[in-house]
Design a protein around this ligand. Structure first.
Ligand SMILES: Cc1cc2nc3c(=O)[nH]c(=O)nc-3n(C[C@H](O)[C@H](O)[C@H](O)COP(=O)(O)OP(=O)(O)OC[C@H]3O[C@@H](n4cnc5c(N)ncnc54)[C@H](O)[C@@H]3O)c2cc1C
Length: 466
């Protein structure tokens, strides 16, 4: 089955047309479609799956946004786009595209407030813990606190807005003349082919995490790890962009995660680490600063014996974690195991009891402010871990790629010659994100940030294309 192809000429025929065609029904595509519709355009969203899910529905659904009324409602009144931008750049050590970081941090607040005002999305702010690198409580979520619920709410809004979301519609080819996209070819599961004409095309079909060859080429360090994003994100936007001469940036950038229950494949939220959990290897020893960031932790965990590690925590953290749907799922799947004492912990992890006792004694002392952690983590502010203990075996995984097509401030794709395409737009994982060129640059929430913020801009811009 062909994909990611471009024909430089007209399509054989046009079966149906719309002002704006959006490829992909994730957070980016649906936000773009809702915005374009509100600006008066007729839209078609094309989605390859029988039922839209995308990485959006697999995600935790946490969207970082500064200076929103939802923050102010809980007393966070000193956040700003500039502060958020500074956090993004600090996490990537200044290697993010600065212009895009500014664009995203200024757009996301108005975008989620618009989704609330125009489409009734409800947002709460998670204020019981801070993710690594965020200087303010700014992580927003729908009340269910899942990406599946976020996507369901966006799909319901699209339905109320009479936006057709055509499923089982995989776009395989673009038809382009003089750098203008005229139509796309859609392949149906039975092999039937349709041609959809457009005035503007929004690429919202995410990155290339689901394409092993592209991952190996651009991000070899994570090529042998589990890909935990949506399988259908096979890099079509990148392939189309490259065929069209688009500028592509930070293709080695990605979001990893160092805490995926093994072998269950269930996300164990990094909130546990922020609350005081630790990670040890098969020798019962810590091997990193767990507060550095969960993305880079993927590589650190994969470097341990067997490519796995153990998340270790206690009853207090277990009770806290039960508020997360993923965690409850992990408990039900038997991934979370309990031990009454250090000997029991040694028995269930296979790590030497002496080493575990030493690790827990050291971190306990650090939490009382005694000594300095060899890895640089600040343990103060949280009590020492105490029996009974909990343990989850975890591995590192690739969640999604962060590099992609460079867009301008109106979300039009930029050609290698510096000029923007006049009717080709991109956002979310299809576009270059704000995490820079490596795994360390991912600040928690950078994924949905650029999906919703750039989708919001792309929708408005696409609707104005004539
Ligand atoms: C486990 C996990 C947890 C995460 N948690 C968070 C979080 O809490 N906060 C955060 O900010 N980010 C998180 N992320 C990242 C986040 O999910 C993504 O960055 C975001 O969902 C990207 O949105 P998108 O709309 O670009 O892509 P997607 O949601 O993946 O949507 C792309 C859609 O395009 C479709 N598609 C692809 N190719 C074609 C084609 N040729 N034709 C038609 N359709 C096509 C796909 O089927 C898919 O439905 C997480 C990711 C994972 C995997």
């Amino acid at each position: 089955m062909a994909s990611g192809e471009v024909s430089f000429g007209p399509p054989p025929r046009i079966d149906v047309e719309a002002d704006v065609v959006v490829i992909g029904a994730g957070a980016c595509g649906l936000t773009a479609a809702l915005r374009a519709k509100a600006e008066g355009a007729e839209i078609i969203v094309l989605e390859r799956d029988p039922s839209p899910s995308g990485s959006t529905s697999m995600s935790s659904g946490f969207v970082p946004a500064p200076a929103t009324r939802f923050q102010r409602a809980i007393g966070v009144d000193d956040d700003s786009p500039a502060r958020f931008e500074a956090d993004i750049l600090a996490k990537s050590k200044g290697l993010s595209d600065h212009r895009l970081a500014r664009l995203a941090s200024r757009t996301i607040g108005p975008a989620i407030e618009w989704l609330a005002d125009a489409h009734g999305l409800e947002w709460i702010v998670l204020d019981d813990f801070l993710y690594p690198g965020h200087s303010r409580h700014r992580m927003h979520a729908v009340p269910e606190k899942t990406g599946a619920a976020l996507l369901a709410r966006l799909l319901a809004a699209a339905e109320r807005s009479d936006i057709p979301v055509v499923t089982r519609a995989r776009v395989t080819r673009l038809f382009v003349r003089e750098r203008r996209i005229e139509a796309v070819e859609v392949e149906r599961p039975d092999g039937e082919v349709e041609f959809v004409g457009c005035k503007a095309l929004v690429l919202a079909c995410n990155g290339y995490g689901g394409n092993p060859a592209l991952v190996r080429r651009h991000v070899p360090e994570i090529a042998d790890a589990l890909y935990y994003g949506h399988a259908g994100n096979t890099g079509d936007a990148l392939m189309w962009g490259q065929s069209l001469g688009a500028e592509c940036r930070h293709l080695s950038g990605y979001q990893g995660h160092g805490s995926l229950a093994y072998p269950h494949g269930i996300l164990i939220s990094w909130a546990l680490m922020m609350e005081g959990a630790i990670q040890v290897n098969a020798e019962g020893k810590r091997f990193s600063n767990e507060h550095g960031g969960y993305s880079e932790q993927a590589v650190k965990v994969l470097h341990q014996s067997g490519g796995t590690a153990w998340d270790i925590f206690d009853e207090r953290i277990h009770a806290f974690a039960l508020s997360f749907p993923d965690y409850r799922e992990a408990v039900e799947a038997g991934a979370v195991r309990r031990a009454g004492d250090i000997a029991g912990l040694a028995a269930l992890t296979g790590a030497p009891a002496v080493a575990l006792a030493s690790t827990l004694a050291t971190t306990g002392a650090l939490s009382r402010g005694e000594g300095i952690d060899a890895f640089g983590r600040d343990f103060t502010g949280r009590p020492a871990l105490q029996a009974p203990f909990y343990a989850v075996r975890v591995t590192g995984a690739l969640f999604h790629t962060q590099g992609g097509l460079l867009i301008d401030n109106k979300a039009f794709v930029v050609h290698r010659d510096g000029k923007s395409f006049t009717n080709l737009l991109a956002g979310g994982g299809a576009a270059c994100g704000v995490s820079g060129p490596d795994v360390c640059g991912y600040l928690s929430g950078n994924g949905l940030l650029t999906a919703i913020a750039f989708g919001f801009i792309a929708g408005a811009s696409a609707a104005r294309v004539r």
